[in-house]
Each structure stands twice: as structure tokens, then as C-alpha cells.
Write a protein that binds this ligand. Structure first.
Ligand SMILES: [Fe+2]
Length: 352
């Protein structure tokens, strides 16, 4: 019996153990003979490893498993924020940005020192690795707007990927508590920034990378932690990571009581520009990501349900939605198109 990652599976191999999905459902039973389609399905379901009855295979390298997983997740996140159209094509500047940033991501993700930290990030809690991947992708999209050269972009990507590594030195129950921490617990939590800086410097990461771990909770108006820096005294990497960090936190509903929809998170960032965040960084962010990719099914404030059919015109928060169902959930004979950038009283209330 050998343990393999899906990439190393071949048609004809026989499963030595049942494969379960993340929700515990049986995906493929022991004894199943693998076909190309089944192998593709395992990859799609992001199954890490499976056991097969085959003597002529190599055993799994745990580092490869995590690098593979982080890589495919990162490309998926990049594709979410720089999406393809409904025919699967990325056009014009979106394609160019996707192509160049996916190359940068490759370099960031396969870096040996960065990859060494994936398991630590994964074990902090259920969110930290995925959060780090999203913060990395969003930071690169912003760094690209600032026209950082390739070397700086790679450094920014690494900084974003490992910005929360100091959390591994904070007791798990304090991380898990999220809100209502005692002053002592808050202090211990805030110290993840210092721990991160020291861990990264000990591993001989560049100081610009370690600095982002130290200062990503500083705020433009000086109200953040850990040194109460303000304005441009906070380095650009930290200012960029801060915006990506908060956007992902509020849209995931981590450490904030309310979970924001993408346009709500963007409005929050707009409002906080030059208060908590560098307004230029916020602009780079809101002007370059697609909060609602084409094909997103959304519920409007009227109760109607539609599909996002155009995002070119007003890239980020207010797409054009084709309404297919009225508020009583009856399918419309004649779907109507609503341009949310023009109909300001309407807004998206839910992604379905
Ligand atoms: Fe943090």
C-alpha cells in the first residue's frame, strides 16, 4: 500500500482505503479502480493523499502535499479576484495581470523557507493558512498597481504569506477567543506581531518581510499596534498587507462580529481610507479587484435574485445584475438587467 498525492495517481491503480470528502461523506470506496475522471475528481475535491495498492509507486513527500495544496488554492483565489468571463477566458489587462501574478505566486509559494511555514500556519487554526493565501494574492494585486518590480513583488508576496506566523507562539485558546479578550489576553494576542518578526529574522528572511509581520496591525492614524506608528512611518508592505488582511477578515467573518459582503467590506475600506488605511492603497485595492465575479448568483435588497453579467464598467462593488426571479421566487418571463452603479438605492444582500 502506498500513500500518494492525486498528481501522482495513474488510471488503473486500485484504492487501498476509502476516500472521504471534507464533510465525512464517502467519495470513493476501498477497492475502486481509478480512472482519469476519478483522479480529476479527487484533484477537484482537493483531496490531499490517498492510499493505493500499487508496488511501483513512490511515497508521498509531506512538503509537496502542502505546496500543491497552497498553490492550487492561491490560483483559485487569484482567479476569483481577477476572473475569467463565462466562457473561461480572461481578456485584456485582466489576462495580463493574471498571467504575471500567477508567475509571481509560483515563486512565492515554492520558496523553501516560505513553504517550511505552511504546516505551522495550518496548525494555528482552521483559517490561518487560507487567510494567508488570500492576503498574499490580494497584496500582490495591490503591489502590481504600485508598479513594484518583480523582486519587490516576490518579497511582498512572501511577507503577506507569512505575516501571521507569530500566531503560532500565542496560546491557542487566546487565538480562538476572537472577541472579548481580557486586557492581558489582548496583549498576548497583539504580541503575535513581535513573535512573527523574531521568527522570520531568525530564519533569515529579509527585514522587509519580517517588518510586515511586525507592523501589519499599525493604522494610518496611529491607532493600531504594536508601536503606534502612523502615516508613511508605516512601510508600504505593511500598509498593503493591512488592507488585504482586514478585507479577508471581514468578508470571512473572522475576529469581527459581523460578516461583510464584498461591497460592504469595500465601502468600509473606502470610509476608512486615510483614517485607518493609506487611501492610495485602498484605491489600488478597490480599483483593481472584482468583488463579484461574472456568474455570481446574488440576492438584491428588493428580494429579487439575479446573476452578475457584467463587471467591466464598475469593476468592484456595483456590477450589472440580470434579474431572473422576483421577490416571491417566481421566474420572470422577461429577465431585466439592473445596473447597480446607476440604481444606487439597490444593493446586494447575499451571495447564493
Ligand atoms: Fe495579524
Amino acid at each position: 500500500m502506498k500513500q500518494l498525492i492525486p498528481d501522482n495517481l495513474e488510471p488503473g491503480m486500485v484504492l487501498a482505503e476509502t476516500v472521504f470528502a471534507a464533510n465525512g461523506r464517502v467519495l470513493l470506496a476501498e477497492g475502486t479502480k481509478l480512472t482519469r475522471e476519478l483522479i480529476d475528481r479527487l484533484k477537484e475535491m482537493q483531496i490531499l493523499t490517498v492510499f493505493v495498492n500499487d508496488e511501483n509507486t513512490i511515497s508521498v513527500d509531506p512538503d509537496d502535499v502542502l505546496i500543491n495544496r497552497v498553490h492550487s488554492e492561491a490560483l483559485q483565489v487569484l482567479g476569483h479576484f481577477l476572473p475569467a468571463d463565462i466562457f473561461g477566458e480572461r481578456l485584456g489587462s485582466v489576462k495580463d495581470r493574471y498571467d504575471s501574478l500567477s508567475g509571481i505566486l509560483d515563486e512565492v509559494i515554492t520558496d523553501e523557507k516560505v513553504a517550511n511555514l505552511y504546516l505551522d500556519l495550518r496548525t494555528v487554526d482552521d483559517n490561518t493558512l487560507n487567510h494567508s493565501i488570500t492576503v498574499c494574492v490580494l497584496s500582490l494585486i495591490m503591489g502590481d498597481v504600485f508598479k513594484l518590480d518583480r523582486e519587490r513583488l516576490v518579497q511582498l508576496g512572501k511577507a503577506a504569506m507569512v505575516h501571521d506566523i507569530g500566531k503560532k507562539a500565542v496560546p491557542g485558546e487566546i487565538i480562538a477567543k476572537k472577541e472579548d479578550r481580557t486586557p492581558e489576553e489582548s496583549k498576548a494576542y497583539e504580541d503575535h506581531t513581535k513573535h512573527g518578526y523574531h521568527i522570520l529574522r531568525e530564519m533569515e528572511f529579509d527585514v522587509s518581510i519580517a517588518r510586515a509581520a511586525l507592523y501589519h496591525h499599525e493604522r494610518w492614524d496611529g491607532s493600531g499596534y504594536i508601536n503606534k506608528l502612523a502615516g508613511e512611518n508605516i512601510d508600504l508592505f505593511s500598509r498593503i498587507v493591512a488592507v488585504a488582511d482586514v478585507y479577508d477578515d471581514v468578508t470571512r467573518g473572522i475576529s469581527y462580529k459581523q460578516k461583510y459582503l464584498p461591497h460592504e467590506a469595500m465601502e468600509f475600506l473606502y470610509g476608512a481610507g486615510n483614517i485607518y488605511f493609506d487611501a492610495r492603497v485602498v484605491k489600488a485595492f478597490t480599483g483593481s479587484i472584482f468583488a463579484y465575479p461574472l456568474g455570481s448568483i446574488v440576492k438584491l435588497s428588493t428580494g429579487e435574485i439575479g446573476i452578475v453579467v457584467n463587471v467591466q464598467k464598475t469593476m468592484a462593488p456595483r456590477p450589472i445584475v440580470k434579474v431572473f426571479y422576483d421577490k416571491a421566487n417566481n421566474r420572470l418571463d422577461y429577465p431585466r438587467q439592473v445596473d447597480l452603479s446607476e440604481e444606487k438605492t439597490l444593493f446586494i444582500t447575499k451571495i447564493l
